[in-house]
Design a protein around this ligand. Structure first.
Ligand SMILES: [Zn+2]
Length: 184
């Protein structure tokens, strides 16, 4: 994967013009530059991100609705997305992919999944196998970058007045990168 696909945002001068004076700027300055912000009166953004335990973002108080799912997929969270927009008044959605995501090629984790459910949850093996076979395809994301870009496209079509921006988070440096969609 080409590294220039991910634009590092280390200081305000790295911010793309399109993201300036938007909640995405606050997100990037808060997480990447460790800036502190005043508490917000109401939510500014919806953040869709993976349930992965290695991700904890620094965010201002009251700033964001956060939906955490396997791989950050919002395919099965549509009512919650609509709620954040319709009731919460959110006009901006950040979709955050990350590296080393467990939902990439989740199909390969069948044995660990089954053995773990038997050991940790007390399931019988056949039931665990069936559970995996039924549900794994719904959560498989294939390639995390292709997936987040397709999610962004899908959500833009569904909610045309909402600004949707895909990001990439690297577990190692705890930084959010803007994905250059033109290079993808
Ligand atoms: Zn993940």
């Amino acid at each position: 994967m080409k590294s220039e696909l991910f634009l590092p945002i280390r200081s305000s001068k790295d911010l793309p013009e399109t993201l300036k004076n938007t909640p995405f700027e606050v997100l990037l300055r808060s997480q990447n530059m460790e800036e502190m912000f005043e508490k917000f009166e109401r939510a500014q953004i919806l953040i869709g991100m993976c349930m992965d335990n290695r991700k904890q973002f620094r965010l201002p108080e009251n700033f964001a609705y956060i939906l955490r799912t396997g791989g950050g997929s919002l395919r099965h969270s549509e009512f919650k997305v609509s709620y954040a927009i319709g009731v919460g008044g959110v006009r901006h959605i950040a979709l955050i992919a990350h590296n080393h995501c467990g939902m990439v090629h989740v199909a390969d984790r069948r044995e660990a999944f089954v053995a773990g459910l038997v050991e940790n949850a007390g399931w019988d093996r056949a039931k665990a196998e069936e559970h995996f076979i039924q549900l794994a395809p719904l959560f498989e994301i294939g390639n995390e970058v292709d997936f987040v870009l397709s999610e962004a496209k899908r959500i833009r079509e569904r909610y045309p007045k909402v600004m949707v921006v895909p990001f990439y988070y690297k577990v190692e440096d705890n930084q959010l990168y803007v994905i250059d969609e033109k290079k993808a």
